[in-house]
Ligand binder design. Structure first.
Ligand code: M6R
Length: 622
């Protein structure tokens, strides 16, 4: 939710931190700050607003200040103003830190620290962590009066003592005034990666801030800390047990995180879909034998095919993909399936019979609610699979097995290419489970042939961007939209509405088209845009009836139809055509014009498409 970057090396930290923060800005952008440890003092700069505001207030670069921490914030506790911006210096002035996550028991800790004489400047939970570390560092003893052992690093020890008191989630980077050659990073429930370069180290909440400097990284696990001291680093648990660090190759490249001529990441990521989907499918479909080969879960497919129930769990766009997955597993594999909002599932005391499979779907692999749902499912003995994009992310590592989306970094806050790949992964899995249960090889083969044709079909939709822009422009003054679909296009209606809401701030509602007559039809007024996903599918005739109901009440219909369907003309004020495909795979096509529509609407309304207000890319807090 927030972005953390910290640098320790022989170069000047300031420009590296700023560059890193810009790469992480999609994680949160309501305030930003950095702290350098230089000449025995902390130099702290922070401000509300974007990284550009921070950059403006910075002094000239100090070449020999090689140690610093930076932060871009998405506010949870306290307004997004300068005082609440990170870094936070503790009451003793010895500790400074940046934090991503939430300290759940901060109020209790704050009360105690105030009683102990600590002072606070901000309203944040983070300052409690800074003060707690400062408290243990200064007192040099635990709450029950035990001193820091003489063979321990006191800074590290104080961090561990503080963490023993904290409940919640955190990724943190911490400096101590007395230790000008030490940088500590800790992780629990929020991502933290250590980049290991030549004579330099970068700690960041995302590989995007590291890749420019090194491709070697250590992905910290929950409950681990890294201490960089001089030219070396060590990893241990917060409980002080040694951990062997494993260096891994970062799997993203610099060009994948550049705009490469596009104005926005969302625009780039929509356009990438033919290629990203091809990469997602590549090597996983054996057309000759009508089989699917999913490396990450291959050895478990037999067991999976025997399951009696599948639960898909996710949030936001990933949940919409999960809803498509529910239909796919039921229809293709004939396995009872249901999709659950991770945020609800985690608290519902769910009943998971033996052999239930839970599939967690997540682009980032860090969404706090999805992570908690995975934990919950594991505790109850379910087999938990992941359909995750970010390699090495927490969900990817926590699940028993999984399938990566392989679409490269998705930076735009509005999820696009991850959605089509999530549906593709679930389609592959449903076909393979179906083939192992009851589908004939011939049917499976035909479905797979159709699936590999989808990327090429998306290209044809992208070519209509100008037509879609005109439709968005013609309706841009409308503040309420409906999105309606049936069958496999019902989740697409939900997704279309979410896309429009989150980046253009237009109120939109997505519904199964037939539900409209049970209430929402009362909303239809003269000229209200109603987007119908009305492609040739099993419910085609039914949805035509729903379109008529809206038109009869003065609604303006924007119809996503199948290429060659001339009969739909009289029902539509505007039409966008998509290529034909089987019902199962239609969401991968019909979602695309709605992504493009939302993109143009947001641009036409003058919004920052990649950084919509109040949002952040990955929601690592509850
Ligand atoms: O990283 P995840 O896929 O777990 O994220 C889930 C949602 O937060 C995400 O899809 C969100 O709804 C997007 N902003 C939608 O565009």
């Amino acid at each position: 939710m927030c972005g953390i970057v910290a640098y320790f090396g022989r170069k000047s930290a300031q420009p590296i931190l700023i560059e890193g923060l810009k790469r992480l800005e999609y994680r949160g952008y309501d305030s930003a700050g950095l702290a350098l440890l230089h000449n025995g003092a902390f130099e702290v700069f922070k401000t509300s607003g974007r990284i550009a505001n921070l950059e403006e207030m910075l002094p000239a670069v100090t070449p020999d200040a090689g140690l610093g921490i930076g932060h871009t914030r998405w506010a949870t506790h306290g307004l997004p103003n300068t005082i609440n911006a990170h870094p936070h210096v503790d009451y003793t002035g010895k500790i400074v830190l940046v934090h991503n996550g939430i300290i759940e028991n901060y109020a209790t800790l704050k009360k105690w620290l105030l009683k102990e004489g600590c002072t606070f400047k901000s309203e944040t939970d983070t300052e409690v962590a800074a003060n707690l570390i400062g408290y243990f560092y200064q007192k040099n003893r635990t709450r029950d009066g035990r001193n820091c052992p003489s063979d321990c690093n006191r800074f590290e020890w104080a961090v561990q003592q503080a963490l023993n008191e904290i409940y919640g989630t955190y990724g943190m980077a911490i400096l101590c005034l007395d230790c000008p050659d030490t940088l500590i990073g800790i992780k629990k429930g929020s991502p933290l990666i250590l980049g290991v370069g030549k004579n330099e180290f970068i700690i960041a909440s995302d590989a995007a801030a590291i890749i420019e400097h090194t491709s070697q990284a250590v992905y910290l696990s929950d409950g681990e800390m890294v201490t960089i001291c001089g030219d070396s680093f060590s990893t241990k648990t917060i409980a002080n047990e040694k951990v062997d660090a494993e260096l891994k190759e970062i799997e993203i490249s610099l060009d994948q995180i550049e705009l490469e001529g596009f104005t926005h990441y969302m625009q780039k990521e929509i356009a990438e879909q033919p290629a990203s989907l091809e990469t997602c499918l590549n090597g996983r479909i054996d057309l000759k034998n009508g089989r699917v080969v999913l490396g990450g879960i291959q050895s478990r497919l037999r067991e999976l095919a025997r399951t009696k129930r599948i639960i898909l769990t996710a949030c936001g766009t990933a949940w919409h993909a999960g809803l498509v997955g529910e239909f796919l597993f039921e229809q293709l594999a004939r396995i009872p399936a249901e999709v659950e909002y991770a945020s609800e599932f985690r608290y519902r005391n769910p009943i998971l019979e033996e052999g239930t499979i839970v599939i967690a779907i997540s682009q980032s692999g860090e969404t706090a609610d999805t992570l908690a749902a995975v934990e919950q499912a594991k505790e109850r003995g379910a087999i938990v699979l992941g359909a995750v994009n970010v390699v090495g992310s927490t969900i990817a590592r926590m699940t028993d097995a999984g399938v990566y989306l392989r679409v490269g970094p998705e930076i735009g806050v509005a999820s696009t290419k991850a959605f089509t790949a999530q549906v593709a992964v679930l389609s592959m899995l449903a076909i393979e489970l179906g083939r192992r249960r009851h589908l004939s090889n011939e049917v499976a083969e035909n479905l797979l042939k159709e699936l590999v044709a989808i990327p090429g079909k998306i290209k044809r939709i992208l070519d209509q961007s100008d037509v879609i822009r005109e439709i968005a422009a013609a309706n841009i003054d409308k503040d309420n939209w409906l999105f309606l679909g049936r069958g496999f296009n019902y989740p697409v209606a939900l997704e279309g509405a979410l896309k429009l809401k989150e980046i253009s701030y237009i109120h939109a509602e997505g519904l199964p088209a037939a539900e409209m007559k049970h209430g929402p039809i009362a909303l239809i007024t003269d000229g209200m845009p109603a987007v119908f996903v009305a492609t040739r599918c099993a419910q085609y005739d039914k949805i035509i009836g729903n379109i008529e109901e809206v038109r009869a009440r003065g609604g303006r219909t924007i119809v996503v139809a199948t290429e060659g369907d001339d009969a739909i003309g009289p029902y539509a004020d505007h039409i966008v055509y998509v290529p034909d495909t089987v019902d199962y795979f239609q969401p991968m096509l019909t979602a695309v014009p709605l992504q493009i529509m939302a993109y143009h609407a947001a641009v036409l309304r003058g919004h920052d498409v990649d950084k919509p207000r109040n949002l952040a890319k990955s929601v690592t807090v509850e």
